[in-house]
Design a protein around this ligand. Sequence first.
Ligand code: IPE
Ligand code: MG
Length: 276
Amino acid sequence: MAITSWIRTFPLMQYLVSWAQEQFMAVLKTGPVPQHIAFVMDGNRRFARRRKLEVREGHSAGFESLSYILEMCYQVGIKVVTVYAFSIENFKRPAVEVDALMEIARTKLLQIIHHGDLADRFGISIRVLGQRSMIPSDVLAAVDKCTEMTKHNTTAILNICFPYTSRDDIATSMREIVELSKEHKVDPSQIDEKMLEQHMFTKDCPPLDILVRTSGVERLSDFMLWQCHQDCTIEFVDCLWPEFEAWRFGAILLKWSRSKSIEYRKSELEQEQKLI
Ligand code: IPE
Ligand code: MG
């Protein structure tokens, strides 16, 4: 068991860890805070294998990690969080695993919108990005309930990419533009990056500041390919997603915040020098 999880088994220690976490978040809030962060939650099956658990239990542990990481994100004031919950490629996995992932997604979606739970506490609008047509009907009912119930929340956004790939996102955007052009609503000579962006699933989200991928694997796996622009920091973390603890995430936020503070200070100095 990871050290912080073990410490949390003692009520007083749990209280102290939560208190320390809150203080840390309060300090972080005083500096630059990312607007948009994305996660590739990788390593659930390896986590299960190493602990001789069922694959399903690995995925459940992954969703537990997601809960506290989301909590930290919204506590610190991040506006948009985008998570890779299920790739279109994941349909190629054994049916029993796909079914388990769908069932976990369904229950977690319904849980998140409970009165007093995450969406309610932080005013989060939940969006499910990807191919709706591939979602089984019972899960789709939960998706619709979730998006409908939270659509008026304006403080923050949670994008759940499910079933998603970036290349499908780009292709979907192009398809929409081609349809508009067939209806003469768009002149093909006007098609540019901006227009493509306006038809992506993430169209009304701020630019992506940080993308985190766990499990030591250094690739994007068809996630946020378009959104990883020149100002996006990519962090590859060498631990499995269910072991991605608060301190690791805190360190990433702190590093980003410090680098932005230095950048802002530099540009301020440049402005001052221009004025002299
Ligand atoms: C990612 O972890 C979980 C999903 C979102 C499907 P994996 O299931 O890919 O676990 P590993 O990488 O094989 O350990
Ligand atoms: Mg994986």
